[in-house]
Design a protein around this ligand. Sequence first.
Ligand SMILES: *Cc1c(COP(=O)(O)O)cnc(C)c1O
Length: 464
Amino acid sequence: MQQTRNNALRGLPSVDKLLQSEEAQKWLKEYPRRVVLKAIREVLEERRSELLSGNAENEISRNISYAIEEKLSESGSFSLRPVINATGIVIHTNLGRAPLSDKTLKHLATIASGYSNLEYDLKTGSRGKRHVHLTTLLKELTGAEDAMVVNNNAAAVFLALTALTSLKKEVIVSRGELIEIGGSFRIPDIMAAGGAILKEIGTTNKTHLYDYENAITENTGLILKVHRSNFKISGFTEEVETADLVKLASKTSKILMYDLGSGCLIDLRPWGIHSEPVVSEVVKTGVDIVTFSGDKLLGGPQCGVIAGKQKHIESLRKHPLARALRVDKFTISAMEAVLMEYVYGDDIIKNIPILEMLLCDPDTIKERALKIEEGLKTLPNFTVTIREDDSEAGGGSLPGVKFKTYTVLLKHSEISAEQLQKLLRIAKTPLIGRIKDDTLILDVRTIFDSQLQEIIEIFRQIDK
Ligand SMILES: *Cc1c(COP(=O)(O)O)cnc(C)c1O
């Protein structure tokens, strides 16, 4: 065995030999020499370790040129690529949350491709501050005295808790709100990292005003309320109204902070959505500080907004962490364009893709499904049906709220749903759906009209 392995290792061609091969002349015409060399070296190294690990006694016969060619064609292709979201989940954290409108992207591209007044005051010709570009819009939209933006909502919560509670002070939180948001963001851990001490009160299902009252001591640094943005508790439950917490905080001179999660700037009640607190309504109750994400229901780029009383926001801005968590010009420009849409736009729902998809009229969704069905009709091996179903908002937003949608159900006569899903993941633009009962399901709520033709083409390729 050792013998064969050594023979096989010796049988590997040298870099020079491969570089002189006929195929290599073709590669060198297409790719820079260093890229070809890198591909050759990597493939040889892979073969060598396969042989050494004994996993590939026969692998030597596998075509090395082919492997190099494959590597070359992968070289220079992006790791981060667009995919088609056919899950129906509008705010899909794994698929990048909120898509941005062309108008937003235009502002982003204009700023990104050149210089800007990011930190330059055009009136005085002296150094300016980057946060001014968003503060006025955020103040108008939230009704808060002041506002600032950091990297994401996790950063917003972390900064606010760290800066507003001195070390060893307690932060009071209801046991019903000690939440985990995907990706290990846990309220107790964030607090510990910032040096505050968690003071849990109440029970999982019920927390009363007296629980808060009894917990407040001179050691209390802050009262924290957290929106249950990714789960629901129902049944025998009770939580304290924000207005009552405001009164308590003001009577005892404590800071009240509310982590809202999603950052819903408009009232969604006309669409039957009652569970999402509207930022301006919460601010109006007199809460000292609210925090929320920029890329959930707000529909903007990844960032975290902190809005509230001016004296607190000012102290947050001065904290050393604020510099570490600050946003760049890409985020500021995209966020500015989205917030402008809310303040000045003629049709907020239509011009913010997240809201348009979430509140899309089911008949429009059905039409989209019908177009896909029509396009796939000529493919003999596919059985296509359309069904009414529900979508979820996703991304830690609107738990339990169902949105009527239409799905396209696909079955192939020879390929299993699982295999089909694999093929769709390696399509030029990967198509992400789900499987149920050995059927591939595409929820068309999150598919853009501009993608319909491409989807039909992907299935044509598979059926060839
Ligand atoms: C989503 C969420 C966070 C984390 O926000 P990111 O913007 O993802 O960092 C924090 N708190 C709540 C309540 C959330 O819903």
